[in-house]
Design a binder for this molecule. Structure first.
Ligand code: 5AD
Ligand code: SF4
Length: 467
């Protein structure tokens, strides 16, 4: 038998890429590859790239420069190191990558990971292999089922892709070009994956997709199921204690999703719902297809459906044409909603997107200053949200031992890390914890002696935020 070849994957960007990296490991395991954490030992290095924000491709080229040296060193030791570029930069730049970085053997777009063994064979034969098409077939069906060891390594909390691609075409965003049109996996396939994950000890699932609530998969009854219905089905699978989903678009929030939050205790009351801007003028220029009022109404519907529900969001500052008044409207929206957390980014033009052609760039100093003001507001909301947990009892799903001996770390419904001193057999359980104090972003507490009605306390303590 041939000795296993070693594979090193470096992933950038979103959860989808983390998940895809695992799928590439699974696809290549069938071809005799095992993972290594050390680049220098690898027979194959894959850069799993992200194109969504600034200077992504420049970072890839500088990483490829470093890999060229690693490859030369391997060659001096009589070893052949292959290099592949995957992910969204691969999708967007294709041949350009091989032209600029001859060290690359394989360029593979996110729709083609199941072809990796074949592409490597082609590169060995012809020198190079590129595949960045969007094949008509459903790529989900062609990936091998996750190996049980790989599943075990994923621990208590796992991601499951249910949807890919985006049809929204926000004017700043590359995703519709790099990830293609919206595709949803059939319900039964997802159910099979989730059962298998649950059998291996997974207690929490995050359903992922670029526009996850645009999910419209084929159900076992032959009808199209929306995300809310899928969530109902998955909540019935024994062992699954918590469900989450990410990332949602406000336009695709439908009644089924709101009802799922009303009816399913396992569906966590924490929704990532990017709004990007609080100015209608900018939302229109971004082609977001909703107004500030629409967004506020959606938030209100969630709040009426589920007590204690909290939100996070993404924001872009300095979109072309954003005035000081537009930016103030963003601050006002953040103040009105009161987020538990949020991410904010400076606008950066992505080649090929409509916004990249827009004039009226906001100056770098205005962008910096707006980003700092927004982040200060968001930080203060996040701190207030975290402080509100002190003195309450909250449910925590325990995931792993902490850094200090005897400490176990888990997460609250709102993804706040929570630490207690306890035996390791609490890993995998959801238990009530009395929160004593806050250390940076982590909650520290003690296991509460008696169980309490699920979520009751946390719900009442956290609704005060931002009200
Ligand atoms: N410039 C800055 N931020 C961007 N995002 C997406 N495209 C851009 C861009 N061109 C941000 C959005 C999105 C998040 C994943 O990345 O806020 O929700
Ligand atoms: Fe990009 Fe907009 Fe689609 Fe989100 S909804 S992936 S920002 S195009």
């Amino acid at each position: 038998m041939k000795p296993p070849r070693k594979l090193h994957i470096k992933s950038y960007g979103c959860q989808m890429n983390v998940y895809d990296a695992q799928r590439m490991v699974d696809a290549l395991a069938a071809d005799g590859f095992v993972e290594t954490a050390a680049v220098e030992d690898a027979d194959l290095v894959i850069l799993n790239t992200c194109h969504i924000r600034e200077k992504a491709s420049e970072k890839v080229y500088s990483e490829l420069g470093r890999l060229r040296l690693a490859r030369e060193e391997a060659a001096r030791n009589g070893r052949d190191m292959r290099i592949a570029v995957a992910g969204c930069v691969a999708q967007a730049e294709g041949d350009e990558i091989i032209r600029r970085a001859p060290v690359v053997d394989v360029v593979v777009g996110p729709q083609s990971y199941h072809h990796l063994p074949e592409l490597l064979a082609r590169a060995a034969r012809d020198g190079k292999a590129i595949e960045t098409e969007f094949p008509a077939q459903d790529k989900f069906g062609f990936l091998p089922p996750p190996e049980s060891d790989a599943i075990r390594a994923r621990g208590i909390s796992a991601f499951v892709t249910v949807q890919e691609g985006c049809d929204k075409f926000c004017t700043f965003c590359v995703v519709p070009y790099t990830r293609g049109a919206e595709v949803s996996r059939p319900v039964e396939r997802i159910v099979e994956d989730v059962k298998r994950l649950a059998d291996h000890g997974v207690r929490e699932l995050t359903l992922i997709g670029q526009n996850v609530n645009a999910y419209h998969g084929e159900g076992p009854d032959g009808r199209v199921w929306p995300l809310g219905r899928l969530l109902h089905r998955l909540a019935d699978i024994p062992g699954i204690a918590r469900l989450r989903y990410s990332t949602s678009h406000p336009r695709d929030v439908d009644d089924s999703l709101i009802e799922a939050h009303r009816d399913l205790p396992a569906l966590m009351p924490f929704v990532h719902l990017p709004v990007q801007s609080g100015s209608n003028r900018i939302l229109t220029a971004m082609n977001r297809k909703h107004t500030v009022r629409d967004y506020l109404d959606i938030i209100e519907r969630f709040r009426r459906a589920r007590q204690g529900i909290a939100f996070s969001s993404d924001f872009i500052v300095g979109f072309p044409g954003e005035s000081e008044q537009d930016f103030s409207a963003t601050l006002a929206l953040v103040t009105q909603i009161g987020y538990a957390a949020a991410y904010s980014f400076k606008y950066s033009p992505r080649p090929g997107t409509p916004a990249a052609e827009m004039q009226e760039m906001v100056s770098a100093s205005d962008m910096d200053q707006r980003l700092a003001r927004l982040q200060e507001l968001i930080d203060s909301q996040q701190s207030a949200f975290n402080r509100a947990a002190i003195g309450t009892t909250v449910d925590v799903l325990f995931e792993r031992p902490g850094r200090n001996s005897g400490q176990i770390v888990g997460r609250t419904a709102y993804l706040q890390p929570a630490h207690v001193m306890a035996p390791t057999d609490i890993i995998g359980k959801v238990l009530p914890v009395r929160i004593d104090r806050l250390e940076r972003y982590s909650l520290l507490g003690q296991l509460a002696p008696a169980p309490h009605p699920r979520g009751a306390k946390i719900a009442s303590s956290q609704t005060t935020i931002g009200a």
